[in-house]
Write a protein that binds this ligand. Structure first.
Ligand SMILES: NC(=O)c1ccc[n+]([C@@H]2O[C@H](COP(=O)([O-])OP(=O)(O)OC[C@H]3O[C@@H](n4cnc5c(N)ncnc54)[C@H](OP(=O)(O)O)[C@@H]3O)[C@@H](O)[C@H]2O)c1
Length: 391
């Protein structure tokens, strides 16, 4: 109040409050000392054997109620103790791995799950498995790289279910191949972008108007720890995941006032069908899809801006504070871990070796840990020491 007498200060204060969505008239009341009086209640209860509970014991319930109902135009933000109960959750890539485990997890919490993937039969089986547990699930076969297909998908879903509360952009494609071995493979970069970036953006754009109209919506993007470690041989994959992260940062800022939020989950390595045939991972203590789904559920319920792992954050800090050290470490790792036979242009033995979905690049810590290893199979040993990393 002292500063408000200075010229220009009230105008700046009102401008800032307006940006925060707070009416200027409320400002003087922010330091208002509230006093809750229960004298007349106590008087009325006298002799009944009932007593007034302490305010601390029920203040939280009052707060939750006000938070949910104070803005009558907001589509009931998730503040109850069961935030997913009764919600409609659309999950792409829901026929397998993290997406399927997430579908089960949210259905168990009372949500209606709309499951999307290309393979019709696998998707139908996946939805059946959710229903067999008592969940409510619908399968919608769709290739998210197909613009017309996504348009039809969203129209169908909005007609059949009215709206979508939560979108989980989980369908993804990973390619492991060095840039040098990709000089004649522009399609590697195009197809990772097509699924990981354009497919996800397409769904966000299609659902945004209806989410804004209801003033509620939350988008969870299943990104990767690799956007923080920036591991070699994953240029196509990391670029596509980073693109979605950056798109969502901006979309989140623009749509904040409409109750739309975004979470980027920088997921570590997870034991899914995607990595199953890769020998290196077989003996590793890698999280399973249910553990990954628990992270996605946290992203849905708490709606944080990001979910990172300590290793990812550490890699980012090294990048910020010692960028040349990190580059040197990664380069050493790039040389140690080598290219798969298929990525070198030789005939692949499996889908993973073809560089389609496998993950075996270096972690940022690997060369630091290398000297500690004296036995053969250094990559496997490093992987064991640093579990859960995106390789
Ligand atoms: N596993 C890991 O270690 C790990 C680590 C970090 C991040 N991630 C990310 O987590 C997400 C899920 O990975 P995951 O390991 O669970 O993979 P996954 O088991 O291979 O499952 C991939 C899912 O995506 C669907 N899909 C692929 N392309 C699609 C398209 N064009 N349109 C619609 N659906 C499509 C697949 O079904 P159809 O083939 O039938 O379409 C499948 O349901 C991905 O975004 C991945 O990048 C995984």
């Amino acid at each position: 109040s002292g500063l408000s007498h200075l010229p220009g200060v009230p105008a700046v204060r009102d401008f800032l409050l307006e940006q925060l969505g707070i009416p200027a008239a409320v400002a003087p009341h922010t330091s208002f000392a509230a006093e809750f009086i229960s004298d007349s209640t106590r008087a009325q209860l006298r002799g009944t054997g009932l007593s007034v509970p302490s305010f601390d014991s029920y203040a939280d319930r009052l707060w939750q109620y006000w938070r949910a109902h104070l803005d009558p135009h907001r589509g009931q933000p998730a503040v109850s103790s069961e935030p997913l109960n009764g919600r409609i959750v659309l999950i792409t890539g829901a026929s397998s791995g993290i997406g399927l485990a997430t579908a089960h997890a949210v259905a168990r919490r009372g949500a209606t799950v709309l499951m999307v993937a290309r393979g019709k039969d696998d998707l139908a089986d996946a939805a059946d498995s959710v229903r067999a547990e008592g969940g409510v699930a619908y399968d919608y076969p769709c290739d998210i790289t197909d613009a017309d297909g996504v348009e039809t998908l969203v129209q169908t879903i909005l007609t059949e279910h009215g709206h979508v509360d939560y979108l989980v952009n989980n369908a993804g494609r990973s390619i492991r191949r060095s840039v040098l071995n990709s000089t004649d493979r522009m399609h590697d970069f195009e197809r990772t972008m097509a699924v990981n970036y354009f497919g996800a953006v397409r769904l966000i754009l299609a659902l945004l108007p209806s989410m804004r109209a209801r003033r509620f919506g939350h988008v969870v993007n299943i990104s990767s720890i690799a956007v923080q470690t920036k591991v070699p041989r994953f240029a196509a994959y990391v670029a596509s995941k980073s693109a979605l992260d950056n798109f969502s940062e901006i979309a989140a800022v623009e749509n904040k006032d409409a109750g739309i939020t975004f979470t980027s989950v920088r997921m570590p390595l997870v034991r899914t069908p995607m990595i199953a045939p890769t020998d290196l991972y077989k003996s590793l203590p890698v999280p399973d899809p249910d553990q990954a789904a628990a992270i996605v559920v946290r992203a849905l319920e708490d709606r944080p801006h990001r979910i990172d792992t300590p290793v990812g954050t550490f890699a980012q800090a090294v990048d910020l504070l010692m960028p040349s050290v990190k580059r040197t470490i990664l380069h050493q790792g790039f040389r140690i871990f080598g290219e798969s036979t298929a990525a070198q242009g030789k005939k692949p033995a499996t889908k993973q070796q073809a560089g389609e979905t496998g993950r075996t690049p270096l972690t940022v810590l690997a060369p630091v840990l290398m000297p500690l290893m004296s036995m053969p199979g250094p990559a496997a040993r490093v992987a064991r020491v640093v579990p859960g990393l995106q390789w």
